[in-house]
Structure formats: C-alpha cells, structure tokens
Design a protein around this ligand. Sequence first.
Ligand SMILES: [Zn+2]
Length: 234
Amino acid sequence: MAIINISKHISYKEANHSDTATRRGIKNEPNDEQLAAMKVLAKNVFEPLRVHFNEPIHINSFFRSVALNKTIGGSRTSQHCTGEAIDIKGTNGITNKQLFDYIKNNLEFDQLIWEFGTDKNPDWVHVSYTTTQLNRKSILKAVKGGNPVYQVMEVGNVVEEPKTTKIVKKKSTKGVIAVKTVLNIRNKPATNAKVVGQLKNGLKVKIISEDKDWYQVKTIKFSGWVSKKYVQLK
Ligand SMILES: [Zn+2]
C-alpha cells in the first residue's frame, strides 16, 4: 500500500495514532470521506500554522473512530470522528496561546476551543474545520468544573443559532387556554423542555412574552411556556 500523507507535515500514522487505541486493540482508521476531511483541515489550518511558526506542532489527537471516541469519553458529536477536528500543542517555545491566537485572528475554522489550562495558556488547542456547512467560527473555552464545561468566548455568528433563546418582549396580554383536556406548561419554549405543570382548558393566563410558536405565560400557580396553538387571545 502506498504511503498516504495527510499533508506535508502530517503523516498518516501520526494523524491516526492513539495510545488508547493501540493498548485496547481498537481500530482507528479513517474511511475515504474522513480522510478527505482530514486533508482539508490540514491544508487550511495545520499547514498555515506550521508555516507561520516554522516549528513542529504536536498533534495530541486527530482522527478518532467512534469506538475509540467512546472509550475515551469524547462527546458523541465530536468532530474528531468525522476527521474534522484536531488537538494540537506548540513545541520549541511556541505556546498553545500563540497557536490559539493565530488561528483566531488569521484562519478560517468551525470551532476553536481553549482547552482548560489557565487564563494565560490552554493545556491544548482544539480546532475544527468543516466543508459540510459554513464554518461557524465559534470560539469556546473549556473550564474545569464549569457548568457548562464549554463556555462561549466569542461567536463569529456565521451560521450558529444563538445558544440562548431570543425572547421578544411583548406587552402583557391575556389569553385563555383552549384544549380538550390539559395543556403542558414548560420551562423553555421547546417541545422537549421540562414540563413544570399542566393548565386546564378555559384557564385564563397572562402572556408576558413570545418566542416563535410559544407564549410565555403566567398563572397564579405556574410560570412557563406553552404552544401558541392552544391559547386564544382575549
Ligand atoms: Zn479535540
């Protein structure tokens, strides 16, 4: 088999190496599609960095098969599994912060993560690049014990939906619940949000705000979100 390199400075072996995979006998080889994604990332992120700093860049982790990712407890939606993400560290005096800042200020990327460490320097840098959608340019910081662990530092707002629901403030209006039996009232404007209570047909509610198909309502007992479909305005 011919030796395939991912890019000028990344060998196939280096890109797919994992101590855990070796130790546990887990196969960690990308398919053609994943390999193509890795090459695109290497070309657009890794190589420009390598050229700019003119020093080797250490790769902690690049491609991870689903089995490997599961073993190390990675996120189920990890872009490492599609070959679209890489974890890197600076060498020979190049700090991780320098890598992070250069990517942030000069390169196209989907997600850039300051992985733990301190305010001065992250432990490593995670960066992803995608061709399946517009690169979001979202910048996150992983905080140990943080809630959530990944906190937004800055978002390029290219395609990313805002994380928090934008609430359109509305002058309060009155409505009446119109359902056959009862209507669930939820803590967020989404069908999978937690149900905080149930409202009976005919109950009068105060509408405080709205968000797309949802009203935020208040009753004597509850405060939360209900589908607009089941509220008749008074
Ligand atoms: Zn990563």
